[in-house]
Design a protein around this ligand. Sequence first.
Ligand code: HAM
Length: 551
Amino acid sequence: MNASQWRHLRVNLFGVLAAAGAGSWSFGVSSYTFSLTNTASLFPFRRHSGFVTTASHAFANEALHRSWRTVALMAAFSGSTLLRPRHVQRRAISQKTDPSNDEPDAGFTLDPPSGTRDFFPEKMRMQRWLFDRFRETAQSYGFQEYDAPVLEHEDLYKRKAGEEITEQMYNFRDKEGAAVTLRPEMTPSLARMVLSLMRAETGAIAAVLPLKWYSIPQCWRFETTQRGRKREHYQWNMDIVGVSEVTAEAELLSAVVSFFENVGITSKDVGLRINSRKVLGAVLNTAGVTSDKFAETCVIIDKLDKIGADAVKQELSKQVGLSTEVADTIVAATGAKTLEEFADIAGVGESAEVQELRRLFALAEDYGFADWLQFDASVVRGLAYYTGVVFEGFDKAGVLRAVCGGGRYDKLLELYGSKKEVPCVGFGFGDCVVMELLKERGVLPELGPNVDMVVAAYNADMMGKAMNVARRLRQTGKSVDVYPEAARKVKKAFRYADKVGASRIAFVAPDEWERGEVRIKDLRCAADTPNDKKQCDIPLDKLGEIDNFFS
Ligand code: HAM
């Protein structure tokens, strides 16, 4: 035993003496927290007789920490009490300080990996609520739900335009050596699925077009975490396959607006910025830039906010080979305030691309959501595959990052081997930013546990009967929780029913049972409710009509 171990052992022994006579006790010495447990029957050690001490992670000594864990395990198996220091219960207790040390780390952390989230029941309820709103909206627009594995082929994301997303993959080789990744986004999986419906010889899709599909996948990106940005997020996707007209964009934008309206967000809170990469494409065309440079150019322009105009111009010249003049024109055009100004600076006039964008605004006007839209020449989005209209939802207070983003990607399927172009358009809408927004605007609902009724047994003999009552009540479609102990202490059962949000409690007691009845109390009725509506003895064979007794 080295000097440090002796020092810690002396402190431990001090603790043992201080606790003599007590059953189980916790105390702190300087920055250390100790817990003492009476395990005399288990550990007949000479020095530790009567108690075992457990130490917090303040112990830098791995050997002692390991012995604490062994003790903890033995004590747990023996059923004896072992107190753990409170702060150890939440944070890392990793003991490994030297990363070059190959020994397995004796510690562990109770937090999920950085940038990922645990969903405790309260948070899970909120998440479900949000997903229900996503689903409701998509279904009200006639979209069908689909899904795909979270593990995808890495190749699906290998695009050459230098997008950030391809650098952020959680990719690895699986045990068969296949290059796979946790999906950073859903669109390539959707494209793969659509392609699998395509007849190889003709390129015809074996499904009725258009496809209108939605999904709520979990996506993984190794990003710097910040407000509204995580390393995993759920992303509501709605996509339309097989429509080349901007009617598809109008439908999708309208769906985004409907979702916001459903959750209490107005066009004062959120706006949708719209642009078209086609207009930018026309500028490049006029300047004689070949179409293979298009995606890369867009990805660079998307960095304007991050790296500034000069750096963007430099990249356009160095990486894409644009002349200074063209680079200047493009960057200047992205600063335009209106579509007219944009077309003017870019020198494309009333081109077909500009007219298409006008048509989209006109459709939005007729649809009734034009007040949500604004033209923004600086929006190009960072994904390489967009070819036409692009858009993003933004918080008008300017505090949060993009709430959602999407656009047209008519060439993606060709990239994966389709014989012909398949028009596609869609959006992704993350769960993190919108939650922040809803919190900020105070429109999140209060959601309690969704238990309708609690059934409590009067004593142990009545427990089986209480379970039978619960079964009958569940057959009426109610969520019913059986209070797990015989409830002689009625107060405890009431408190429990209140905590789980139940509106009624059934007491299954011998007197009523002999009469073939169950006593049920309304827990949420108004103070002036007549007594016969506050509490009813309901015949067992009438439990299916329970609501009638309280109406
Ligand atoms: P995206 O612009 O990369 O597009 O992401 C869409 C939305 O997902 C963002 O606006 C944001 O709400 C959310 N999001 C993205 N990354 C994160 C993150 N690290 N943490 C939290 N939320 C995030 C796409 O992914 C396209 N595949 C969308 C699409 C579908 N385009 C056509 N169809």
